[in-house]
Design a protein around this ligand. Structure first.
Ligand SMILES: Cc1ncc(COP(=O)(O)O)c(C=O)c1O
Length: 381
């Protein structure tokens, strides 16, 4: 049976991984500066992670949300301890889109309103309300288009004010560092004014931390660079280091009611074991500190490459903007230099999203390879 052909694939078949390295079916080693799209936070096959999942699956892999599962509370407490987000409540699900879907649904339940404000070039997932709030007409089907979403430019405070004052907006959803769109960020004044406008207009402020959260930005959450208090924080990618898990942190002003949200698989024992192993490792190995150290080192090196016109992002969510489209460059990095990197909607942007365990020697290896590929490119022109 053929696979439904929705993914343009690179011709590489990874079969194993160890920390920041991945090996294909012929034994070729690759440097993973993409982290399977910002998912691999503590490195491939981390021993703590393998042990935690193995022990859990050998004990109890799954039971439904109809019983007590103390692992969910342990995970909630650990998120609170590492993020410093006091007083939030945790709801667990299975993916980023599902986290945003639940966030938007809660915002609508809480306010009794239905319209959403989202931003140009934002990406929030592929399910009903999440995809409607995503700025990409190609992935919004007619069934999704019934959602009421208004898109504004990042930094358009006046636009947000105008729309919120109409009284029908349940949520403003924003990525504090845009991922798929290409690493753009709003200004401090913008984020802080939007936060205040939401509070003044009975609108929920949703921080989509699915890509930029969990230490990737150099703080636990990217919104923590600003003086804002989101009503709902959505999380996924780095949370399970590849095990499917997502979640939302919910401000206690939003009151839970039985049946309001629910899922069969969300928060299952195996997912919680994976999630706990990730947080324990982030803490034990000081991976947020490492993120900041390596980020600084990476950016200093990037500044020495004349073909890089702009460096975007924070922490280990870095965008290198060239004055040419990077599709061919990415292919050469993979096939000739054996380095995975990411692309973005902005075709001139190379995205760097390595595991947070990355070291200076890997950064050096990347820049040597990049220089080689750029020089070769020049010679062939
Ligand atoms: C910021 C952001 N939100 C939501 C999502 C959707 O997550 P998922 O693919 O797990 O549904 C993504 C995925 O790339 C994302 O980057």
């Amino acid at each position: 049976m053929p696979l439904f052909d929705v993914y343009p694939l690179y011709n590489v078949t990874p079969v194993s991984g160890k920390d920041i390295l991945v090996y294909d079916n012929e034994g070729t080693e690759y440097l993973d500066l993409y982290g399977g799209h910002a998912v691999i936070s503590i490195g491939h096959a981390h021993p703590n992670y393998v042990e935690a999942i193995t022990n859990q699956v050998n004990t109890l892999g799954f039971y439904s949300n109809a019983i007590q599962n103390p692992l969910q509370k342990q995970l909630a407490d650990k998120i609170e301890a590492l993020s410093g987000c006091k007083d939030y409540e945790l709801f667990l699900c299975n993916s980023g889109a599902e986290a945003n879907e639940n966030a938007l649904k809660l915002a609508s339940f809480k306010t009794g309103k239905a319209r959403v404000i989202a931003f140009n070039n934002g990406f929030h997932g592929r399910t009903s309300a999440a995809v409607a709030a995503t700025d990409n007409a190609n992935i919004v089907a007619p069934i999704n288009a019934q959602q009421k979403v208004t898109f504004l430019e990042l930094n358009d405070v006046e636009g947000v004010k105008r729309e919120l004052e109409k009284g029908d907006v349940c949520a403003v959803i924003v990525e504090f560092i845009q991922g798929v769109g290409g690493l753009d960020q709003g200004t401090t004044a913008f984020f802080e004014q939007v936060d205040a406008l939401c509070k003044a207009n009975n609108t929920m402020f949703i921080a989509d931390e699915i890509q930029c959260g969990y230490g990737r930005s150099g703080k636990f959450f990217a919104f923590q660079y600003y003086n804002v208090t989101p009503d709902i924080i959505s999380m996924a990618k780095g949370m399970g280091n590849g095990f499917p898990i997502g979640g939302i942190l919910i401000h206690p002003d939003i009151e839970a009611k039985y049946g309001m949200l629910g899922t069969t698989f969300g928060g299952n024992h195996l997912a919680c074991a994976a999630g706990l192993a990730v947080l324990n490792t982030i803490e034990e190995e000081k991976l947020i500190e490492n993120t900041n150290t390596i980020s600084e080192y990476f950016i200093e090196k990037a500044k020495t490459i004349p073909q890089i016109k702009n460096i975007k992002g924070k922490g280990l969510m870095i965008g290198l903007e060239f004055d040419f489209e990077v599709g061919e460059l990415r292919k050469k990095l993979i096939y000739d230099e054996h380095i995975f990197t990411g692309g973005a909607s902005n075709k001139k942007l190379l995205r760097i999203l390595p595991p947070l365990t990355v070291k200076k020697e890997h950064v050096d290896q990347f820049f040597e390879a990049l220089k080689k590929v750029i020089t070769k490119n020049k010679e062939t022109v």
